[in-house]
Design a protein around this ligand. Sequence first.
Ligand SMILES: Cc1cc2nc3c(=O)[nH]c(=O)nc-3n(C[C@H](O)[C@H](O)[C@H](O)COP(=O)(O)OP(=O)(O)OC[C@H]3O[C@@H](n4cnc5c(N)ncnc54)[C@H](O)[C@@H]3O)c2cc1C
Length: 416
Amino acid sequence: MKKRYSVFAIAKEAARHHLGWERAWAAPSPKPKYDAIIVGAGGHGLATAYYLGKNHGLRNVAILEKGWLGGGNTGRNTTIIRSNYLQDPSAAIYEKSRSLYETLSQDLNYNIMFSPRGVIMLAQTQAEIRGYQRTAHANALQGVKTEWIEPRRVKELCPIINLDGPRYPVLGGLYQARGGTARHDAVAWGYARACSDMGMDIIQQCEVTGVSTEAGKVTGVTTTKGDIACDKLGIVVAGHSSALADMAGFRLPIESVALQALVSEPIKPAMDVVIMANTVHGYMSQSDKGEMVIGGGTDGFNNYTQRGSFHHIEETVRALVETFPMISRLKMLRQWGGIVDMTGDRSPIISKTPVGGIFVNCGWGTGGFKAIPGSGWAMAELMAKGEPGPLAAEFTVDRFKVGKFIDESVAAGVAH
Ligand SMILES: Cc1cc2nc3c(=O)[nH]c(=O)nc-3n(C[C@H](O)[C@H](O)[C@H](O)COP(=O)(O)OP(=O)(O)OC[C@H]3O[C@@H](n4cnc5c(N)ncnc54)[C@H](O)[C@@H]3O)c2cc1C
């Protein structure tokens, strides 16, 4: 059992020169067999393992990661958390997730720095006004607290914004006051520590290179650290989902593309809300360090590059300078990319597969950081019971065969 983090623990460690902190998670070698293996130690994989243990008592679990935990999209995103989606199944799972974020630091005994500072999605065209007002009405029916706000209120909440942009003036916004941000790698680290504390094995630098089956059922995986047997397998690898599905002998309707982001040099506090400008395609918040965190679009072609192309930086910054003229004087510090897993309807897949005992969780695309706790909760229920619970029921892979899409692509515009 790990020692609890608390103000008393910090005081005690300060008194003995911080020599008593223990490792946050263990680094074990793989056992020959587990009840369940999760491939991918991103936020979704780790949260799945955590709720498998916490909600369903399944603890003989390994999480296999080819790189380092949280080194995929989980550690590369712009950390926007919101649940103002249009369709009912989406609002349900994203709101479950957002509400779990509210108390996640206490639940994990790890400060994930959840900051419900408010998210505004700007309406800059007449179509967006109609769209966001419709979403606000849908959210009211779904029990998700959002509101339509007028330009004056946008300016009050974000004084550095330019309401009268040359191309697209700000005409209002969809505001979710309890949306916000969290520290992305702390989310991964907090779940990892809690999983390790439950006796689960997190095995890093362990790439899954093959999936073994017998009579249509999973029996184990081949990895760079040897063969490991399992009764159940959860594939939670974001942009590499199609590659893992291929190893298991089925196909997924996923396209992998690079999505990129950048940060400026740190400046004094200038804005304490998250702004998303979907028409000009850019979004921005300020990190606790003071950097302006800026997100852009996806590359227009499939790739696995984890960096993104330069013209996108130019387009994103150009778009934002219209809305926030002050950023024209900022230096940009660094830029990076992640490989995101896109479905046609821009909604996730949490589903059984054609192979017995194999479950997939993917398709979160450009917006899955906010979904980590809710997705882990739903995926754990699916893996433990073999059938989806109410949160995951609509997100089956079969919806693409029968045409029962959960269309968030047009509704969301920028789906971060
Ligand atoms: C630039 C950018 C900005 C974003 N902004 C936001 C945002 O503001 N808000 C939001 O909600 N979402 C955002 N997202 C999306 C969000 O980051 C992802 O949806 C989410 O992090 C996906 O988490 P994951 O755990 O599924 O995937 P990942 O964190 O990518 O984890 C998957 C893991 O699987 C591992 N893996 C892959 N193949 C194998 C293998 N064969 N064997 C073992 N391990 C393997 C990978 O190494 C990786 O660590 C953004 C993404 C990017 C790239």
